[in-house]
Design a protein around this ligand. Sequence first.
Ligand code: COA
Ligand code: AMP
Length: 639
Amino acid sequence: MLDQSRSRYAQTYARWKADPEAFWGAAAKDIDWIAQPGTVFDKDHGVYGRWFTGGVANTCYNAVDRHVSSGRGGQAALIYDSPVTDSKRTLTYSELLAEVRVLGAILRDLGVEKGDRVVLYMPMVPEAVVAMLACARIGAVHSVVFGGFAANELATRIDDARPKVVLAASCGIEPNRVVPYKPLLDLAISMAQHKPSACLVLQRPQLAGTMVEGRDHDWAERRAAAAATGYGVDCALVGATDPLYVLYTSGTTGKPKGVMRDTGGHMVALRWSMENLYGIRPGEVFWCASDIGWVVGHSYIVYAPLLMGCTTLIYEGKPVGTPDPGAFWRVIEEHKVVALFTAPTALRAIKKEDPEATHLAGRDLSQFRTLFLAGERADPDTIHWAENHLKVPVIDHWWQTETGWAIAANPVGLGLLPVKAGSPTVAMPGYEIHVVDEAAKPLPAGVMGSIVIKLPLPPGCLPTLWQQDERFRESYLDEFPGYYKTSDAGFIDEDGYVFVMGRTDDIINVAGHRLSTGGMEEVLASHPDVAECAVIGVKDALKGEVPCGFVVLKAGERRSPAIIEKELVALVRDRIGPVAAFKLAFTVNRLPKTRSGKILRGTMKKIADSDPWTAPATIDDAGTLEEIAEVLKERGFGV
Ligand code: COA
Ligand code: AMP
């Protein structure tokens, strides 16, 4: 057994397990409630129960107003650092409060009421964070759509969320190009069945958007007009179980799932995690180098650091190329960051360009304490590289959009446990993790199986999918009764360390971004020349995995397969977005299948990844796998 005695983890986990309601009831005391919750956990409410029913609070109040009232008004709340626009800006808590008051009032004027949805399609600018908080302030439900998604994906989300208003920026800025967001927004609205009644557009100097008469409003003009009159709104009374946001994430079909986050449980869990998991104190600078379009950004760029009274960083740049692989170290030094949270891909990108970490030379990172990694499996090489060069603990932790915070982690605030590279360490309080076989039978230590979590899920996790209780049950609860299915596979070792090895569904993880291969197959299949197709994730040294599509063309097709392959790459970029990183489309004569017609994607992946493989006994024609191996070899894979 490993020595875990120097950490308070074991006692804390045992305390939670002995009495979860007492545990979370105590954690809830760190939140300012307008009305205390009547019950900590109400098992008769919602799909599997609800947290803090009867409680009334406001997330914006807890993230902003309360810090101004308690004397933090002059402290930086947000630091915007944007190497792609060569600009920086700081907003103190008092300034942030003024901004959210004004924007909340503008939203009200545009007709947004408590419970209405507001879609955000914005890059990493301070206005995006102000917008999320302004929605929370008036009790509206925000739904942020990542800027790397195409118009079609935005339209799907608009149709599901049915927003009254959309908040957008005119463009995003990638190192190699300016991405015009406004035309994508206009296209999405024209494609969607649901039409928002207004759009508030942040015109950026790099590329202004064309405004639609009668629908679009200029953000800066509205803000200036409202601010001049001292206009602003106070915080709405929001029920603990009322939604704070809906965030769409890839499901096993092309239709994304609307993960719903509630108000009370979310605040309690995030506040608890900042102190006990991340080991952060109020007033410190916390940097999560993700994007507000992802759950990691929602939780650890916006809500958790602000709930804790920290300074959070909005970084509009990349780990490399803006301008060099020393960008992260520059930001950490300049803004006195104590902890960075990023995806392993970002470190792999830095390591690839600067293997000896020469850009660290001369940097004063003396206040930097911990590096946290999540979003994809942290490979031991990357962890060791970072430990060797940064000389701080490198902590992998595992979570999902659905949970909103870590399922398994190494709780720095409770005292660090020994690190095992390749494992995100142990279950956090609130999560009872089991590894089971297909019949839901628990498996012994060290044996791979499906990872499930005993219900109820802790505060902060999704109570359901947005207006889709039945889909929530079917997707997560029905297969293993009494448990939440994570759709991750892995094992737990004899020390209780969790190892997460991969997904059990069609989700792949590309540069820390979650994507559905099923969604990509739907796009490929819509091409008029494609008879059938399969998309798999293949190993990639930088992005972890990248999608790779195999297509069988319709008989009689005379156009060159090379041209069709190019069209397919463009089609996925156009329908899903550049974030899909779909660049590999291979024409094959036929797809390998079992006798019952199931495509052997798993075996195809092994071939592409150069892993050992054998033809399964159920295969219809063993020659088909050899054909795939041949095509991959010709294109430089699986050799
Ligand atoms: N708006 C528009 N386009 C975007 C975008 C955005 N917000 N974000 C990414 N894209 C585009 C990129 O420009 C790129 O386009 P390209 O095909 O024309 O080059 C494409 O989407 C793929 O982007 P990405 O996967 O980010 O690859 P990259 O090659 O640009 O950068 C890394 C590689 C490793 C530097 C980058 O992926 C990275 O920083 N990863 C960290 C991941 C992360 O923070 N994940 C969040 C979960 S914790
Ligand atoms: P997302 O919902 O985008 O956060 O993606 C969640 C998925 O990413 C999980 O279900 C895992 O498959 C994967 N993932 C996230 N963090 C880790 C980690 N630390 N180790 C292994 N896989 C991870």
